[in-house]
Each structure stands twice: as C-alpha cells, then as structure tokens.
Ligand binder design. Sequence first.
Ligand code: PEP
Ligand code: CO
Length: 467
Amino acid sequence: MAASETTSRVALRPVRETRPWAVDSWQARPAAQMPRYDDPVELAGALENLGKLPPLVTSWEILALKQQLADAQEGKRFLLQGGDCAEAFSDCNNEVIANRLKVLLQMSLVLVHGLRMPVSRVGRFAGQYAKPRSADTETIDGTTLPAYRGDLVNGPEFTPAARRADPARMLEGHARSAMTMNFVRALIDGGFADLHHPEYWNLSWVERSPLAAEYRRMVDGISGAMHFMETLTGPIANFQRAEFYTSHEALLLPYEQALTRQVPRQWGWFDLSTHFPWIGMRTAALDGAHAEFCRGIRNPVAIKVGPSLRAEQLRELIDILNPDDEPGRLTLIHRMGAGGIGQHLPRLIEAVKANGRRVLWVCDPMHGNTEKLGNGVKTRRFANIRSELEQAFDIHAELGTRLGGVHLELTGEDVTECLGGARDLSELDLGRAYKSTVDPRLNYEQSLELAMLIVRKSGAGATGLQV
Ligand code: PEP
Ligand code: CO
C-alpha cells in the first residue's frame, strides 16, 4: 500500500466551515442504527483503551487513495470495491483472507487488461464488522431479543448473552482488522500480487470452470506481453506489487471516533480505522450523526444512494460532505435494483450535473436486488445483478457521465448464495453451500463473469497493459 507520489496534487486546503465540527459533534445529532450499550462505564473504558491503540491505516495512504479516486472521476482509473457483506470474527483466517484477495486480484487483472487503464482495488475487509438492520429486535417462537448488528456489536446466536451489545467487541474488531491488514500487507509485500506469478491466485476448486479457460488464455497473453516488454526495458517494478486499500461502512460511530486522530504534519482529522469509509443507505439523513461525523474527516467518503433518495436531498448531502468540491473526496454508490435503476438514476445524475459537482459514480448491483425465497432464504439473481450493471453503463453513457467503478459483495469461498451465473445455480443448489449470515455473495465464477461483462460493456479492446 505504498503512497503514490502524486498525493501532493490533492487539494490540501481546509474544508470551508459552515458550523464548527469536532470529533464528537455527531453525538448531538440523531444517530440511526446504533446499539444500546447497557453499561456506560464499561463502554467508556473500552473506548478509552481503543483510543490508545495504534491506527489501522495511515494518512498518506488515505491521501494516495483520494488522489486515485480523483483520477477515476476524470475517467483515468476504474474502482473495484468488493468483499463480504459482513466479515465475521471467525473469518479472520489464512484461507478466507487469501481466497478473497485472489478473486479481487483476478478480477482486477481482467479489468486492467480489458479497460486499458489502472484499477484501484478496495476491499470490503479489515473492519466490515458492523451492520445496519431493518428492525431493532428479532422475535423467534415468542422470544424477542436485540437484532444481530455485526460482530463488532454482538453475536449472531439467538441467546440473550450473544445478543447483548458488548463494548469489548470493539477491541476485538480492531485486533482482527489489524491481523487481516497485516496478512494482506505481508502477502503483497512478499510477492503474492506479482504479475509474473498469476498462478499464486488460482483457487483449487475452480479448475474445470468454463470461465477459467478464458481467464487462462488472457493470462497467457499478458505473460507474453510482459516478457516482451521486460526483454526491452529490464524488470518493471510495477508488475511485482499491487496496492490494496480497505473500506467499511462507518456505522458504529463510537468505534470510528476512537480511531479518528490528528497526525503530525497534516491539518485536520483522519479516520484511521480504514482508508475509505462509506455512509450506508439507512444512515444518510441530512441532519444525522453519520453525515456530521463524515463531513469533518479528511478521508475520501462514499454514500450509498438508494431509490428513495430525492434529488434535493442528494444535492444537500453533497454540499455537507464536499462543500469545496474537492477532487476524489466524494463517491456516490448507487444501488437501485434492476427494476428501479431506469427510473431513479437519471434524475439523480441530472441533479448532480445541474450543480456541476464532481463525484465518482459507482454501481452496487447487489443491494437493490436482494429477495427472499418461499423458504425464507435471502438470495440475489445473477441475471438481475448483471442487468443493473449493464443498465448503469448505458444510463451514464446516455447522460454524458461515466460509471467509474463497481461495488460488489463477493467471496473467494466456494459458496452458492446467488442464483444463476456460469453454472446456472438453482434454488436447490443454494442449500449446498450457503454460508453468509447476512447478504448473499457472488462466488468466484460469478465475480469473474461480472469483470468480463464490465470490460465488454465499457467497449474497450483488450490489448493494453497498465498496472
Ligand atoms: C451493505 O453494503 O452491506 C449495505 C447494507 O448496503 P446499503 O446501505 O446500500 O443497504
Ligand atoms: Co450487504
């Protein structure tokens, strides 16, 4: 995660203040989706400990990513953001982390090769532990308990002890995020992302996939081109490593506050729990605590934009979060559903265009396409995911804007959670390997198929090689 030398191009002037911001000013605002901690002394003790621990990322990495997002806004980069809906503490292990990285690396290789432009890789990992829920409580057989809000807050088991909001989980979440980051950084520094060795990214269980053959043909082509270029120029360092950034929903504000710090030789405050926090759809109220918290930090931030958002609301959110129209600062992740994108995205694009504001448009084709089957299982149809993504490309092209990235829920595990795709998974297949405790994720083949689709939709050829 080396800082890019172009960091200095990002505007360094302070955000124009309309009203004072402080690291705790969000506490005076209505905070949606917050757990109720029953022991204030225990909570204060955990937060005090957290506040003394080292941060998970650095300010220069954050500014380097902001510059990359500024480049993506100008059409010079593509953003690939993906990972679990919710990380589980138990997923903090060698295999899950490495497999997720393999899928993201393979997808980004397809994108770099096909789009002929650099790709920024941002994981939904190393801190994606807090979840918004549609109800505060859950009732089973007449017993009502608090809803599961992610491992950072409580446990998924349906018992009073597991469902209690436990402040010590924030310390555990910080530790597991640090372990995840440490392993990702070590893998990358050790050569795991080296383009000379794409075989490191092979997943044992996908050998017979029809897409694997197409992928292998592409990798062979890239290896040939690299060999040719290095014969002429000598070893090219960029081929040996890839930058990886982290992101998560900035939902649990006491946790985010404890990791938001000032750093030497920089003005302002950085949320050092992640490079790229986002505000979820359920917490994007204009006067809410989440917008208040995010307006004062210097990280690039994203907002999830759903079908119920009014144009006026979006314009005001943009004014609150990026009053100076700073490049790279704001990303809008639209998640409308295949049936809603045609109706809702154009009006929001027109509103942003009319204001002349700079944003990065990213499509999340997952969250608007969640459905419940007759047996209560949550799933998503690959055909709908694909359709929303295709429509997103077309709508942006028609309106003269550009789709600059995708935001996906995916895993490197061999799961069957979304219907359809290359192997045409059916409702019966879902029972075979459904592991998610929250939203259904794309598996390896479905993820790679989407990467290939993005290349086809963007109309790019497949001859370039930039990393
Ligand atoms: C999510 O990204 O897991 C999520 C809950 O998204 P949204 O806020 O868009 O519903
Ligand atoms: Co989700």
